[in-house]
Design a protein around this ligand. Structure first.
Ligand code: ZN
Length: 335
């Protein structure tokens, strides 16, 4: 009888849990809809807290459009070799195994952030370069990426597209990804265009970052040379305000275990700063302001707990010690 009851409870639990998952998956989202266009599986770390807040706190949609599978990231996989049991720092082995590993790592990171959908363009991650022309004109099938991205944009009606700020010093593939995203949005009818932003992670003690345009690409022109919006990873909450969003940023980074250098950026970066590209037109600034004002909210009510006397004191610890050792004399001397 007990076995039958347990079986029934298990069945009821199973259907409840699955029913809940199904209803959550089908629940329509009324929050902001955001697409990230990125070159590598870990570039989302730049704005991990913004993405978390959009998906988990604002109940919006976060999708990722990932151009390469990051197989050129084998050089710093030293500690991940033992973790995965694969000689990842050997170029041939690394390039063969990293695409699957990095997709899985991205999916683990995405589970923390609340990512809804992944779109992989499966392009070649050739090597590190500062030159955006190398991926755009050589190693990537740029036309195929543009076509796929255009379809994703048309199908999903995003409010915002996040990209990495195409600074001169950043990876050429990051710059190329942003240029493709800007081009894809510029090609859409004005009424269908999401607002596109370029982001960088910065520390509060660092000098103010300036960006107005990258090289001879007018599409990268911004409306101001400093960031218009930012997310503060140090915004604190919870009991005695002891916790902040760096916890989320670190959880997210930790999932990219094959990327040793990315792991070293834990705790680094206080602000996720966003520049507003001029192709958006001035009209989108107020919508962006409202969006970032909502994201500035920390929806965790600080709880108050009644302070209690500690369960263990030196006195009762020594008494219990004297009883367990049978040394009553020692116990008495403590008393
Ligand atoms: Zn990258």
């Amino acid at each position: 009888m007990k076995k039958l009851t347990a079986l029934l409870l298990t069945i009821i639990f199973y259907f409840n849990v699955n029913g809940l998952e199904q209803s959550l998956a089908q629940a329509p989202s009324h929050g902001p809809r955001v697409l990230v266009v990125m070159a590598h599986p870990d570039d989302e770390s730049t704005f991990s807290v913004a993405l978390y807040k959009i998906a988990k706190e604002q109940h919006g949609i976060v999708d990722l459009f990932v151009i390469t599978n990051g197989e050129a990231g084998y050089k710093y996989s030293t500690l991940a070799e033992t973790y995965y049991g694969v000689n990842l720092t050997v170029e041939k082995t690394g390039r063969a195994n990293l695409p699957a590993i990095r997709k899985k790592e991205l999916s683990n990171a995405g589970r923390i952030l609340g990512v809804n959908q992944y779109y992989f363009a499966n392009q070649l991650d050739a090597h590190y370069t500062l030159d955006e022309k190398e991926p755009l004109d050589t190693s990537w099938n740029t036309q195929a990426i543009k076509k796929q991205l255009n379809q994703v944009l048309l199908n999903n009606h995003y409010d915002f597209v996040f990209t990495l700020l195409p600074e001169t010093t950043t990876h050429g593939q990051h710059k190329a990804a942003t240029l493709i995203a800007l081009g894809a949005i510029a090609a859409l009818p004005i009424a269908n265009r999401p607002i596109i932003l370029g982001a960088a992670t910065l520390n509060k003690i660092a000098p103010v970052a300036h960006f107005t345009q990258y090289a001879q690409y007018p599409l990268t022109k911004t409306v101001s040379d400093t960031a218009l919006f930012s997310i503060d990873r140090n915004a604190s909450f919870s009991y005695k305000n002891r916790i902040n969003y760096k916890v989320i940023a670190n959880w997210e980074i930790a999932e990219h275990k094959s990327q040793g250098l990315t792991q070293m950026s834990m705790n680094d970066g206080d602000l996720e700063e966003f520049w507003y590209f001029a192709i958006n037109g001035e009209a989108g600034i107020s919508k962006s302001k409202a969006f970032f004002n909502a994201l500035a909210n920390t929806p965790y009510v600080s709880k108050i707990y009644t302070e209690r006397k500690p369960v263990y004191s030196k006195l009762n610890y020594m008494v219990s010690l004297s009883f367990t050792t049978g040394d009553l004399t020692a116990g008495n001397s403590c008393l």
